[in-house]
Design a binder for this molecule. Structure first.
Ligand code: XMP
Length: 530
């Protein structure tokens, strides 16, 4: 399923040659309020014409144009009349296919450079004569194709920016999309607004209206069920669907007994009481805890929890049906299952050797549901990046505590309790977790980090309390920063905050006498401990 926006929108297509920055380019364009979509590099011109973009950006990529099997563009694209901006490998593609000369340098390095702008290119309108840029050196252009001129140089590169104004083809050796090119946004702006003539018509307000129309057209008067976890994606999906189809939506919230303290209250208050969304609350704690008894293997825990969730969810929809029948409600069963799938999950990833964006670990919490229950899917936010989903959530009136909450894994506290999950260990971890969360909030750090949480280790050690020797549990603190969860680093927290968290946990949580701070990055560690 393509994720094309309705044709009335301006649109930039991004051809993905496997750069780690492809999604960053797409986000930068959307920040300019222009819709952008990522497609594989080998998309034929015919399909591009059908999508009717105002302009095309060729991403960078890890290959050399001379590599065996190197990704090659359909070169007809260059004579289509659609403006093209090639970045790094994209520039090489342009030079290589249009008769210029590209040499293989055999090295791949990045570095800061100073760009000298020479010929008044529209790309650099309003940017003066010099710019800090972030270079990437792989292949290098050594001779330009016919019709091209140099637009800017750097010390090490005579062809840092090139252009063929007639054919509206532009190429950059450096990366305008990264933060290390501070005025890169303005370069992209010049391309998108002045060369491609895009209108600023991608706003979350218009998205909401259009998404509601699309949902109504898709589901008609059928019923939709949604597994609400309280996380950002399913919460925004719930609010959006509620706006679109009101009471045709029913959310199911499963308490698996592995939630944080008072989580179920927050979800019921926000969605049931404030939004008046039909919400079926299922307390299945006992079932989950029974299943988990004696299990210590992390993967086994995850599988058990996933399977159990599917069973509970299925049972809950059957109950909903029975309740409807009992009330004599009109309409058939629940034909649709809504999911908060986001754009990064649906981008067709290109497979290029050495492409770091390939190493993706996905977590499909309700992945088995559609197959098993013959649902059709409704995925109203599948066009959006996370930051856009948050904006939609705010515009729909969801509170900040939901919209900006930190990610929480589907298997919940079970993957933060190493060893067996028992009621007692859950209540120890819950108490410690509540302290971490409240201290992070009080110190204004909760929203600055990707995640901050406690992990209960299967390690006991000796301590002293008053005059008493203790022999009790260890809690590890995990506080990380990250862009997308794929890589992460531990946060250099102010010592006083760590000290306060540690003191409170040791003093207030019965059964814990030691707190340690996890100073590992991802990779090689992961964020969660299991
Ligand atoms: P890891 O532990 O793989 O986690 O470094 C990366 C990010 O994913 C979250 N995570 C999950 N999210 N279901 C989810 O929805 C899961 O099963 C799951 N496991 C890990 C984790 O909290 C981190 O943000």
């Amino acid at each position: 399923m393509k994720t094309a926006a309705p044709p009335k929108h301006s649109k930039i297509l991004i051809l993905d040659f496997g750069s780690q920055y492809t999604q960053v380019i797409a986000r930068r364009i959307r920040e300019l309020q222009v819709y952008s979509e990522i497609v594989p590099y080998n998309i034929p011109l015919k399909e591009i014409v059908d999508l009717a973009p105002n302009g095309i950006i060729l991403s960078g990529g890890p290959a050399s144009v001379y590599d065996k099997g190197a990704p090659q563009i359909d070169k007809e694209i260059f004579s289509s009349g659609i403006p093209v901006l090639g970045i790094c490998y994209g520039l090489m593609q342009m030079a290589h296919h249009l008769g210029g000369k590209v040499v293989f340098t055999g090295r791949r390095e990045y570095g800061a450079g100073m760009l000298q702008i020479n010929n008044g290119s529209q790309l650099f309108d309003g940017l003066g004569n010099q710019l800090d840029v972030w270079n990437s050196h792989g292949d290098e252009v050594t001779a330009l194709p016919n019709g091209f001129a140099v637009a800017a140089t750097t010390e090490g590169c005579n062809f840092a920016a090139v252009e063929d104004r007639q054919r509206k083809l532009y190429g950059l050796q450096f990366h305008p999309e990264v933060a290390h090119t501070p005025r890169g946004r303005e370069i992209l702006q010049n391309f998108v607004y002045h060369i491609c003539h895009c209108a600023m018509d991608w706003t979350m307000g218009s998205f909401i209206e259009e998404a509601c129309e699309r949902v109504r057209a898709q589901v008609g008067d059928a019923k939709v069920v949604l597994g609400l976890s309280g996380g950002v994606d399913s919460s925004v999906t719930a609010a959006l669907l509620h706006k679109a189809i009101g009471d045709q939506l029913t959310c199911i919230f499963v308490n698996n007994g592995l939630l944080r303290s008072r989580e179920e209250e927050v979800v019921q208050r926000v969605f049931g009481e404030n939004f008046h969304i039909k919400l079926k609350y299922v307390d299945a704690s006992d079932r989950f805890l029974k299943k988990l008894r004696g299990i210590i293997d992390p993967e086994q825990k995850r599988k058990l929890i996933g399977n159990e969730f599917i069973d509970v969810f299925q049972h809950a929809t059957e109950e909903l049906l029975a309740e409807d029948r009992h009330r004599g409600a009109a309409g058939g069963g629940y034909k649709f299952l809504a999911q908060g799938t986001l754009y990064p999950d649906v981008i067709e990833s290109v497979s290029i050797a050495g492409n770091p964006s390939q190493v993706i670990k996905s977590h499909h919490n309700v992945g088995g549901l559609p197959e098993k229950m013959h649902f059709e899917l409704v995925e109203p936010v599948r066009q959006l990046f996370k930051d856009e989903v948050r904006q939609v959530g705010l515009q729909l009136g969801l509170p900040k505590e939901i919209v900006y909450r930190q990610p929480f894994p589907g298997p919940g506290l079970a993957v933060r309790i190493l060893g067996e999950v028992t009621e007692e260990r859950l209540s120890i971890l819950r108490a410690a977790d509540t302290i971490v969360q409240s201290e992070m909030e009080a110190a204004d750090w909760y929203y600055k980090v990707w995640q901050s949480f406690a992990v209960l280790l299967p390690v006991q050690s000796v301590g002293v309390m008053g005059d008493q020797r203790t022999y009790e549990n260890t809690v590890a603190l995990r506080i990380v920063e990250s862009q997308d969860g794929m890589t992460a680093d531990w946060v250099r927290m102010p010592n006083e905050i760590l000290a306060r968290i540690s003191n409170r946990i040791c003093n207030e949580v019965r059964g814990v006498n030691r707190v340690v701070y996890d100073i590992s990055s991802k990779p090689p560690s992961t964020i969660e401990w299991e």
